[in-house]
Design a protein around this ligand. Structure first.
Ligand SMILES: C[S@@+](CC[C@H](N)C(=O)[O-])C[C@H]1O[C@@H](n2cnc3c(N)ncnc32)[C@H](O)[C@@H]1O
Length: 170
């Protein structure tokens, strides 16, 4: 199942609804662990964030925290060396964060770790989902990743992230 939200309370509700005792959870964008602390007692968590504020606060929780940029191949590889599959993938890089980046992060992490459920907090992704209408062709997934991904393992270096400029100005 893939759950989308923008409201942080709904994001947390989705996490609490889907995470079961003993699950393995990867949390991207944990910040100082305000959501993490709601579920980390009942499951095993690898949490990642690149904020300087995160390290000290995350050390107070019983989780495996990695300070890193979730767009980077080396960070995915570091996690992949620890676990090759997770039950729940949580992604909150900021509700207003670029939806294209969030989708790319979702696609790469979910296709690598094949979660049963993915929970994403992002306004743009939610707005796209709510606004689009399909052609009737029934491509969909009951899992936390897209069925259209062919099982080719951990993706190679993520070149796309270097190909874009933040904006174009005269
Ligand atoms: C809104 S906060 C997350 C709040 C948290 N999920 C919660 O429930 O309290 C977004 C976090 O995403 C992190 N973030 C944004 N882009 C990131 C990236 N590329 N790699 C790692 N962390 C990132 C930021 O540092 C920030 O801590």
């Amino acid at each position: 199942m893939i759950k989308l939200s923008y409201d942080i309370e709904k994001y947390r509700e989705h996490l609490l609804e889907l995470i079961e005792d003993g699950d393995v959870v990867i949390e991207l964008g944990c910040h100082v662990g305000r959501s993490t602390q709601l579920f980390c007692d009942k499951c095993s968590v690898i949490a990642i964030d690149n904020s300087p504020e995160a390290t000290e606060e995350m050390a107070k929780l019983d989780v495996d925290f990695i300070k890193g940029d979730v767009r980077l191949h080396d960070v995915i590889l570091e996690v992949f060396k620890k676990i090759q599959k997770c039950d729940v993938l949580a992604i909150d890089l900021g509700g207003g964060y670029h939806p294209d980046t969030v989708f790319k992060v979702f696609y790469i992490w979910s296709s690598t770790f094949k979660p049963k459920h993915t929970v994403i907090r992002n306004r743009g992704v939610l707005e796209f989902f709510n606004s689009a209408s399909g052609s009737g062709e029934e491509y969909m997934s009951d899992e936390g990743y897209l069925e259209s991904y062919h099982d080719s393992g951990i993706p190679p270096q993520i070149k796309e992230f270097d190909l874009w400029t933040p904006n174009l100005k005269r």
